[in-house]
Design a protein around this ligand. Structure first.
Ligand code: NDP
Length: 444
């Protein structure tokens, strides 16, 4: 049995009931076959794949808090510190009822390669809780965040582990968590990113993931003889990534015709009104029905359906496994030329294979959505230097990083005879640097 197959079997046996983690490891290791096979003896002796698929450590803890009725609620908190061979652990905190250890591990594992791809010195980690901020008062969210940080603050620090936002964790939650960290530890340090501008946040961090997604997509299109200008785009989600992806796509001359949330989706033939979307989602924290009610050109549909709309470019920006094989078939039938993942692992393995077989340009999340974490690393640099860079300065660094990421993965794919396979390219390029650092640092 090949080394990759051996390790895959072992990961599945050792981590039962964690299907998302198995899926992420399978996707990465399968696409690393060319580089692993070329160095099999060395990597096997180093047990490199066993080491890279086992987190450095993982924390699971009780998060008790009191709701507005005086009732005590109990959630579970997680932080998985996966790999710090190229820098401090870095990765977001997801607050969503679906969160469990397997989901945090899949995200932390992906984060190792994503962070490496940015070219910045950051390792991989991820955390979160099954707490749902939706429908909670600000006081309840604060009570949860304070309790969560009371435990988490034992494990994080500006030079050890720097969490950030993710699904359900936006500026409000980061603010409450930062306040509690400072209260308990008594230090003012860049321990979280995605902070407010008045207390150490970076300009352009809010926009970074969505903007970065479009910078990389535009470069991928350009290198394949297409121009993003004039293209029709379908986007899923209507959170942080989706909103700023919509905004940048429009700035680049494309037309975005869909967005979605967990209850339904909107088709707006005249193009999404991004200011209205921001008002509904960022200010009112309301459902998309409110968007449709305020916009005569918009149709609201219950359930899923974004990928049934004819488009040139599809940008899944909601959550994992939201673009399935049937969706991929519909996109191909409708003439879609590119899919770039704003979310983490939104496309199933079968859907990805189908898109690639049908010559759809496919940019995986660990490259396409790396703009968020890259700008978080820029926020860390500004915090260390006690400086704040202008929006334009951060945005232009972000643009360079995304263009470089695309060329790195394109080159890596070509070096291993996988031209145009950007999934393989991203995994190989991300892996090379981490593997080299792990080997150089010995058996630790
Ligand atoms: P938000 O919480 O701001 O938005 C998430 C969006 O996805 C919402 O519209 C939400 O709808 C929808 N959604 C969430 N869960 C589901 C579900 N199970 N089914 C259908 N829709 C769902 O999160 P972000 O925009 O920050 O994150 C989106 C994705 O991007 C995630 O995969 C995240 O890991 C990834 N990502 C985010 C980065 C960032 O900087 N924020 C960086 C890199 C990756 P509703 O409001 O109804 O819940």
């Amino acid at each position: 049995m090949s080394y990759v197959d051996e390790v895959l079997e072992r990961v599945i046996a050792k981590n039962p009931a964690e299907p998302e983690f198995h899926q992420a490891v399978k996707e990465v290791l399968n696409s690393l076959r060319p580089i692993i096979e070329a160095n099999e003896e060395k990597y096997r002796k180093e047990a490199l794949l066993e080491r890279i698929t086992e987190p450095d450590r993982q924390f699971k803890f009780r998060v008790p808090w009191v709701d507005d009725k005086g009732q005590v609620q109990v959630n579970t908190g997680y932080r998985v510190q996966f790999n710090n061979s190229i820098g401090p652990y870095k990765g977001g905190l997801r607050l969503h009822p679906s969160v469990n250890l397997g989901i945090i591990k899949f995200l932390g594992f992906e984060q190792i390669f994503k962070n490496s791809l940015t070219g910045l010195p950051i390792g991989g980690g991820k955390g979160g809780s099954d707490f749902d901020p939706k429908g909670k008062s600000d006081r309840e969210v604060m009570a949860f965040c304070q309790s969560f940080m009371t435990e988490l603050c034992k494990y994080i620090g500006a030079d050890t582990d720097v969490p950030a936002g993710d699904i359900g964790t936006g500026a409000r939650e980061i603010g409450y968590m930062f306040g509690q960290f400072k209260k308990i530890r008594g230090t003012y340090e860049g321990v979280l990113t995605g902070k407010g501008l008045s207390y150490g946040g970076s300009l352009a961090r809010t926009e970074a993931t969505g903007y970065g997604l479009l910078y990389l997509t535009a470069e991928m299109l350009k290198c394949n003889g297409h121009d993003i200008k004039g293209k029709t785009v379908c986007i899923s989600g209507s959170g942080n990534v989706a909103i700023y992806a919509t905004q940048k796509a429009q700035q680049l001359g494309a037309k975005v015709v869909t967005v979605s949330d967990s209850t339904g989706w909107v088709y707006d033939a005249e193009g999404i009104d991004v200011n209205l979307l921001k008002e509904v989602k960022e200010v009112k924290r309301a459902r998309l029905t409110e968007y449709a009610a305020a916009r005569p050109s918009a149709e609201y549909h219950e359930g899923r359906g974004v990928w049934s709309i004819k488009c040139d470019i599809a940008l899944p920006c909601a959550t994992q496994n939201e673009l399935l094989l049937d969706d991929a078939k519909a996109l191909v039938t409708n003439g879609c030329i590119a899919v770039a993942e704003g979310a983490n692992m939104p496309t199933t393995l079968e859907a990805t294979e189908y898109l690639q077989q049908n010559k759809v340009l496919f940019a995986p999340g660990k490259a396409a959505n790396a703009g968020g974490v890259a700008t978080s690393a820029l926020e860390m640099s500004q915090n260390s230097e006690r400086l704040s860079w202008s929006f334009e300065e951060v945005d232009s660094k972000l643009q360079n990083i995304m263009v470089n990421i695309f060329h790195n993965l394109d080159d890596a794919a070509k070096r291993y005879g996988k031209e145009g396979d950007y999934v393989a390219g991203a995994n190989i390029a991300g892996f090379e640097k981490v593997a080299e650092a792990m080997i150089a640092q010995g058996v630790v």
